[in-house]
Design a protein around this ligand. Sequence first.
Ligand SMILES: NC(=O)c1ccc[n+]([C@@H]2O[C@H](COP(=O)([O-])OP(=O)(O)OC[C@H]3O[C@@H](n4cnc5c(N)ncnc54)[C@H](O)[C@@H]3O)[C@@H](O)[C@H]2O)c1
Ligand SMILES: N[C@@H](CCO)C(=O)O
Ligand code: NA
Length: 436
Amino acid sequence: MKPINIGVMGVGTVGGGTAQVLRNNAEEISRRAGRAIRLFMAANRDVERAREVCGDDVTVVDDAFAIVNHPEVDIVVELIGGDTIAKELVLKAIENGKHVVTANKKLLAVHGNEIFARAQEKGVMVAFEAAVAGGIPIIKALREGLSANHIEWIAGIINGTSNFILTEMREKGSNFADVLAEAQRLGYAEADPTFDVEGHDAGHKLTIMASIAFGIPMQFDKCYLEGISQLTAKDIKYAEELGYRVKLIGLTRRTDAGIELRVHPTLIPEKRLIANVNGVMNAVLAKGDAVGPTLYYGAGAGALPTASAVVADIVDVTRLLTSDPEHRVPHLAFQPDQLKDLRILPIDEIYSSYYLRIGAVDRAGVLANITSLLAEQGISIEAVIQKGSVSDGSAEVVILTHLVQEKAVNAAIAAIEALDSVDGKVVRLRMEELNG
Ligand SMILES: NC(=O)c1ccc[n+]([C@@H]2O[C@H](COP(=O)([O-])OP(=O)(O)OC[C@H]3O[C@@H](n4cnc5c(N)ncnc54)[C@H](O)[C@@H]3O)[C@@H](O)[C@H]2O)c1
Ligand SMILES: N[C@@H](CCO)C(=O)O
Ligand code: NA
């Protein structure tokens, strides 16, 4: 049987890893796929570099449109990134009737509704396992493994770069900028690493998972994003003293009022498995009504782990090439005409527990004032500790609240900050039990 011809667009970290995995495991891969899969063409800005990586038997070009327009390319693999040229290439490939594999979460979170609609019209597959949680087969798990369930919520550590930074800062006391540079050197970070540290990348991945879990269109523009760049070592330390780890969590949850879709630093009880996921490792907790909580763990970034997911998609697409489009797993798990436009909740409507750190000046009755302002908003307190000493003016009060709506906490914070006896801004971090 004729081999399947792969055209890889973008031979950087993931493209290079993909070439390597296709080459190293060629025999096993074709035994699984039922026919030989070969890297036929590659496009890269740096053609020489791509030639070194791909070998002499691969046609290397600098214009990726040569791949999407090539009659002998069966599967187009988009590993360029971003949503400009990558979008044009993917849409052109679909128009040309080619199947697409991509690792590009931004492209799908922002333009996925359009891309999947076009793919549906053309009867082609767009596979994207590498786009979420790198090498962890989370798309397959959510889309197929949990298809019996009413999925209640998903919470994940889904940005390897941020988790690597938080881990190195915590374990080695390293400096934020140094660890970020190391994550870039290791190929974990996005082309613009603010996407990693400000929560955008996690938001892209969360948007995709929410869509698959709940049968809703992609709505990245409604995802709440807060990254780790403003986190202080002090709050990480205080959280630890209270028995919590701080992680950048992407959380999506069904409620009667709508869908929560939010990314932010989060205090998690240290005894949870997910609180102990460190370095570039990712983990996703998914709670289904029938199965209960399930946990998926593995490398969230890096050349070979991500290539593992890219090549698995290539195998899947190869196996399904001759199947009728209506017999394939729907792109977003639900049949395309069954997606529901459920409301995404604005952040001030979500319910959470909170960690508050308040700088207090040396004055009697400060704590009483603070707790009465919290009580006025109906906020009950789980724990209060005082850090530092009032006499040297460095006192801080750390309060953990019970579950409350975010708008009530914000109102209480505004009132607390207005007190004469309170210094500066109140630090507010969300807390989640994540115990299923
Ligand atoms: N690095 C990871 O660990 C990882 C993990 C999962 C998903 N991803 C995603 O995979 C994609 C690629 O990421 P990466 O880390 O490999 O990026 P990268 O910057 O290492 O590689 C991108 C490659 O594309 C090439 N390129 C750029 N514009 C091009 C064009 N117009 N034509 C041809 N080639 C072009 C660049 O020269 C570069 O070699 C992104 O969407 C990223 O979000 C990356
Ligand atoms: N920059 C991403 C790559 C994997 O999607 C991360 O750090 O998780
Ligand atoms: Na994955």
